[in-house]
Write a protein that binds this ligand. Sequence first.
Ligand SMILES: NCc1[nH]cc(CCC(=O)O)c1CC(=O)O
Length: 307
Amino acid sequence: MHIKIGTRGSRLALWQAYYVENILQKGGLTTEIVLIDTKGDQILDRSLSKIGSKGVFTQELEDQLRDGRIDIAVHSAKDLQSELDDDLQLIAFTERERVNDVLVSHNQRLSLGSGETFVVGTSSTRRVAMLKHFYPHIRTVDMRGNLQTRLRKLEEGQCDAILLAFAGVHRMEYDGLIAEHLSLDEFTPAVGQGSVAIECSQQLDEEKRTQLRALLNHADTETCLLAERAFLRRLQGGCSVPVFGLAGLENDTVTLKGGVVRLDGSQILKQTQSGPASAPENIGIQLAETLLSQGAAEILAAIKQNL
Ligand SMILES: NCc1[nH]cc(CCC(=O)O)c1CC(=O)O
């Protein structure tokens, strides 16, 4: 069986594609990697929340899934919109990496909690809003571009530090630049952070789909991501709104913590919902509805007006 793997060309995207390729080859399949450029890779002078339309990192890959030029598309689960078109499907989520965010800097003594004022580069509305909420003395500058670009901007002194997902920093082997691991209670990650999602067309050969899922899917990760993604979908949040959510699985019970933060950091709404692992999406929906009834709708409406 031969699998054509579509991926973006950034270094992190390539890491993910090689990771998937390696698992498939060990499972006895042959593979090839197809590089695909997306709008999100091309437009670098505007923040993601301003490019706005969904699928900035996925549209071109999905076009190629549909016409069969590739069999699967490999994505950071976090970058995927919460709702896919009906003719597409996520067939696997790979085992999750550590999910926390990290502060990355050449100055290893930097710490958000030290009280010292410094400049942090990030383009994530979630990270900016959380910094404003928990560490109002920290200044932020907008910093777009893939990981390589952001690290170069750090190098050039455009900021003192950047906030990133541990997963990406580790995969690119920049662990040595991690000044601080941030707590999951404060910097609860974006939905899907740390897992790689495999997308295919509903038209893909049944035998291929079964084999791909058997080799690539990590059942516990999938259960957690289904809960998180149902949560995001119910809130109608894309990757550009400051919604966060993290599910954990223990003894067949999923516990999902999630919420939303106002862009100016003045308010965080956060709740926890548990339920049986057999119906993870219900847990996500319930958590979203609890939050909506407690004011999340108003916060989200204000955010959408602002972006
Ligand atoms: N939005 C870009 C993006 N997509 C996935 C990761 C990191 C790796 C991951 O979470 O899978 C990153 C960079 C970051 O947020 O630091």
